[in-house]
Design a protein around this ligand. Structure first.
Ligand SMILES: O=c1ccn([C@@H]2O[C@H](COP(=O)(O)OP(=O)(O)O[C@H]3O[C@H](CO)[C@H](O)[C@H](O)[C@H]3O)[C@@H](O)[C@H]2O)c(=O)[nH]1
Length: 374
């Protein structure tokens, strides 16, 4: 299969930037469209430092349909899109749901319309395990397979499940229209990637998650405790039905997650499956206390915590059954939780200001001499 050119929307964000890196490593050409809301253009330099190649960059908003037309006109070799651009704060989505639907759902409509005009027919969508909601409501559905009925519990999750339906309907319609014209109907394809909890950073220590403002996810918050930016981590509830009372999640190393996008894209381009959902997770659940211990071990000291009440909307257990992706995509999460914690700590301690500071010289020297385990 020949590699081609890929548009990555939201490609300056955490998962988008690592996916851009994985695509470049696999010799795809990469064009990024990002409005730099909650992201930094500096990540383009870091990608280039790591792999020696640089994605082309357009500063455009996901609702800027004419902007996408311009990109596709200027890059007629693009045949696929990996679509990350979205708002993603679960709590905020309950306060301003219209904004979440405007950006996440209407933005995807703009993208799909422009793709259709320019005959760009493969889309890999950044969905989320959050579409499953509380899978413990079904017997035998933990670890969660893709067949688990979806039922998101907040507006953010509902925008993700809505976009899954939107892509499914559009791809089906395009295939049916092609068949009516006497064509095979294999033209349009979509991957719905339901990720579990992304974790970690690049092993070189120069690329990682750089949340603007106050982070709301466990690992970036733990990292802030470790560098003294906050006093302690608040553990949201120790009265869940788990072995230590805290909630269970499936933490997946960001490099494995990025590789999953590459494998899904290759699968679409090779097998033309129509629309297919795949879980990207490790299949192993870890509690909040376990994560606290694992990250403390990477840091080398116990990090302070306080148990408080449950966070609204949280569920007991979101652990994936990743067998479908293992079998069909030939993809498997390979890095451990310990790898993720060590890589996150190397990134955090060396870049306390994230992308707002230059990367430390020792890390760049190690990267150049090939010592960084990339
Ligand atoms: O300060 C904190 C933050 C989190 N937690 C706990 O740590 C676990 C993980 O919480 P995160 O906020 O890191 O992640 P979530 O599982 O809530 O959600 C994340 O993973 C989901 C999929 O599993 C969706 O993708 C969602 O968008 C993404 O934020 C939860 O049990 C949560 O209660 C704490 O105890 N204290």
């Amino acid at each position: 299969m020949t590699v081609g050119s890929v548009l990555v929307t939201g490609g300056c964000g955490y998962i988008g930037s690592f996916t851009a890196l994985a695509l470049l490593d696999a010799d795809y050409k990469v064009v990024i469209a990002d409005n730099l809301y909650n992201a930094s253009q500096e990540v383009l330099n870091r990608i280039e430092l790591i792999c020696g190649k640089r994605p082309e960059f357009y500063n455009i908003d996901i609702t800027n349909e004419a902007g996408f037309d311009k990109i596709f006109k200027e890059h007629p070799d693009i045949d696929s899109v990996i679509h990350f651009a979205a708002l993603k704060a679960v709590g905020e989505s309950s306060e301003i749901p219209l904004e979440y639907y405007r950006v996440n759902v209407y933005g995807t409509i703009c993208l799909l319309r422009s793709m259709t005009r320019h005959n760009v027919t493969n889309i890999v969508f950044s969905s989320s395990a959050t579409v499953y909601g509380d899978a413990t409501r079904f017997p035998n559905m933990i670890p969660i397979p893709e067949e688990c009925p979806i039922g998101p519990t907040n507006p953010y999750g509902r925008t993700k499940s809505t976009v899954e339906l939107l892509i499914t309907d559009h791809v089906e319609a395009q295939r049916n229209n092609a068949k009516k014209e006497g064509k095979s109907g294999e033209n349009w394809n979509g991957a719905l990637l339901r990720y579990f909890n992304p974790a970690g950073a690049h092993p070189s220590g120069i690329m990682g998650e750089d949340p603007q403002g106050i982070p709301f996810n466990l690992l970036p918050l733990l990292a802030q405790v470790a560098v003294g930016k906050r006093d302690k981590i608040l553990v949201f509830g120790d009265d869940y039905a788990s072995h230590d009372g805290t909630a269970i999640r499936d933490y997946i190393h960001i490099l494995d997650l990025a590789k999953g996008h590459l494998m899904a894209l290759n699968y679409l381009r090779e097998h033309h499956p129509g629309v297919r959902a795949w879980n990207l997770g490790t299949g192993k659940g870890s509690t909040v206390f376990h994560m606290l211990k694992a990250f403390s071990a990477a840091v080398g000291r116990d990090l302070p915590y306080e148990v408080v009440g449950r966070r609204a909307g949280d569920v007991l257990d979101l652990t994936s059954n990743p067998e479908r992706a293992n079998k069909e995509l030939g993809w498997k999460a390979e890095r451990t939780l310990e790898d993720a914690c060590e890589d996150l700590w190397r990134w955090t301690k060396n870049n306390p200001q994230g992308y707002r500071q230059d990367p430390p010289k020792e890390l760049l020297d190690a990267l150049k001499s090939g010592k960084a385990d990339a």
